[in-house]
Design a protein. Sequence first.
Length: 140
Amino acid sequence: MKSSVIADTSALISLVSLSDGNHTEATNISNLIKKHDYPLIIPGEVFTETINTLGKKAGHRKAMDTARALLGSKELVIFDTSPDLRKNALVKFHEQPESVSFTDCLVMACADEYKTKLIFGFDSDFRKNGYTRFGLDDQK
């Protein structure tokens, strides 16, 4: 069975925002994930953060359209995190510099839960913590 890829907010925002500086890269990576049939996992908190961020940056309609597209997609799973996973994320958060968000730690804890090192995201902190930013740190 292939490793799952855990999605971070940074990648999802870049993917749906045409004016984002990482939009083309996010689109290429998303296509690579689909081409090789990697399971894409979105933690529930990442889904929420993505929709909230889009609502602020691009407006309510864009946020609604994106939410509907993600919720209706058969190419991904929106994963409800458990209390234990959130506790593991908090341990990671405690060990990180202040520049690393709790959501990033949650993404890393989710990767641990799924026994994968693959993250669809642009934050260099993932690489610094031993994870692979899919399509960036690995061979394409």
